[in-house]
Design a protein around this ligand. Structure first.
Ligand SMILES: [Zn+2]
Ligand SMILES: [Zn+2]
Length: 465
């Protein structure tokens, strides 16, 4: 057995990305993400390998579903080298610290509740801030795109731009001894978005693992979505209310600021206050400012002249008192706060203050998974519970779909059209039904490109060569 692969996450579901490649005895982990939503309990399953044996961890990007279990891996004995781009390393660190904090607070709440109700105590958090800081010691190799790196045992790796979030990559791994190549797509981006470049294309390969998050459909265009956002803002200000935008701290928040700056410069945005009310999003924005070499051409040209993430109406509210002060603003404010799915964070305070006011708007710019408060409101809930209080939903609710940072079906097809014959194509990072749809499309569109298209199961191990 010369090359084998273990699928230890993001199989027939989206979260927990984790793949173990064994190339002639050298063990390389690709991502070590947290399981989220319905898969959350899998975080407590023992790693099906010994973390001590891993030589390298290749990190494709800094989303928690790709990096979220790194501190746990280190706690369990990982002593290898983490390889990623500079922004990935910087953003992963703030995301992991935030994850530890959220887990600690969540645990405290659950613990008290269980004691009160005489229930079984919750499992302790996966790791704490000390584990996170300890894991920083292993972020040892920062790579640039398109720059091959030789690892031990004659293995070559190349990071290429995945166009998904700042610093995101897909990775090509080549065994120079037996001349076999495998590519991991990481998460691929939606094209024509601001700030970052569109994805690069893969070279020919023997094996390929491709994400299929949106393998079943296409997104609305970005331009159309921008227009929808502008209309929502103008309409709300006409009604004399505030605009609430729940947003992920990373990428989406920076995109919204970037777009609002454009509206401002084009004279389309009336005088208003734009609050970025999320310490994590503020930190992420600083990292964006620090990495102009990862911008697309347009953003870079702006950067040469000025800050692409600033304009006179923008206010960063980092501390809690400033954040509370926003409560006094009854109209003419755009409030961007986390988290994006309304399952926690400062956005809940703003909802409590604004959700019952018909002159205000709640604008969703990201996907709302089943079971979240965000989804509940999108589905038309008349009233919701926030901090134990029943609040009627009277705001106007907008759902804008075109801001996705994931490739839609057409983009996945375009990306994959660039490889020649592939021995085995693995579909990962998607829900089973979507994978089946995508598989059918691939079979119809590319008759002889793939010898086999395979959907691996959780913890399945396969010998490649
Ligand atoms: Zn991602
Ligand atoms: Zn992902």
């Amino acid at each position: 057995m010369d090359i084998s692969i273990g699928f230890y996450g993001a199989t027939q579901f989206v979260t927990g990305s984790c793949f173990l490649l064994n190339i002639r005895g050298t063990k390389i982990l690709i991502d070590c993400g947290m399981f989220q939503g319905l898969e959350h309990d899998k975080n407590y399953i023992k790693f099906p390998f010994d973390p001590k044996d891993i030589s390298y961890l290749i990190l494709t990007h800094s989303h928690v579903d790709h990096c979220g279990r790194i501190p746990l891996l280190v706690r369990k004995g990982f002593k290898g080298k983490i390889i990623c781009t500079k922004p990935t390393s910087q953003i992963a660190k703030i995301m992991l610290l935030d994850a530890a904090k959220v887990m600690r607070e969540h645990y405290k709440t659950l613990y008290r509740k269980s004691l009160r109700k005489g229930l079984d105590l919750p499992p302790p958090p996966l790791y704490d801030e000390y584990d996170v800081v300890e894991s920083f010691n292993y972020f040892k190799i920062l790579v640039a795109y398109d720059t091959p790196l030789l690892l031990e045992n004659n293995i070559k790796i190349t990071f290429k731009d995945a166009g998904h979030i700042l610093g995101s990559a897909f990775v090509e791994i080549e065994d120079l001894e037996i001349h076999k190549k495998i590519i991991f797509s990481g998460d691929l981006g939606n094209k024509n978005r601001p700030i970052i470049r569109d994805f690069a294309y893969p070279s020919s390969t023997d094996f390929l693992c491709i994400e299929t998050t949106y393998g079943d459909r296409n997104h609305k265009s970005f331009e159309e979505s921008k227009q929808e956002l502008l209309e929502a803002i103008l309409d709300t200000f006409d009604r004399g209310g505030n605009v609430l935008i729940p947003s992920f701290a990373l990428e989406r928040a920076q995109e919204i600021i970037y777009i609002l700056r454009e509206f401002y410069e084009e004279g389309k945005l009336p005088r208003c206050h734009v609050f970025l009310d999320s310490p994590l999003a503020i930190k992420a924005t600083r990292i964006f400012k620090d990495n102009p070499e990862f911008y697309d051409e347009e953003t870079f040209h702006i950067f040469v002249k000025k800050d692409p993430f600033d304009f006179p109406y923008l206010i960063f509210t980092e501390d809690v008192e400033e954040s509370k002060g926003i409560n006094n603003v009854k109209s003419g404010a755009i409030i961007i706060a986390g988290n994006g799915m309304l399952t926690g964070g400062r956005i809940l305070h703003h909802l409590k203050n604004n959700l019952w006011r018909p002159e205000c708007s709640l604008v969703f710019v990201g996907f709302q998974p089943k079971g979240t408060l965000g989804r509940h409101i999108v589905d038309g809930a008349q009233k919701v519970h926030i901090f134990g209080e029943e609040i009627p939903v009277r705001t106007k609710v907008y759902t804008i779909n075109g801001f996705s940072s994931h490739a839609g079906q057409n983009e996945l097809l375009e990306w994959i059209s660039h490889v020649d014959k592939v021995k085995k194509l693995f579909l990962i990072h998607g829900e089973r039904e979507k994978m089946e749809i995508f598989k059918k499309v691939l079979e119809e569109k590319f008759k002889n490109k793939f010898e086999e298209i395979y959907i691996p199961s959780f913890e399945e191990e396969i010998t490649l060569a």
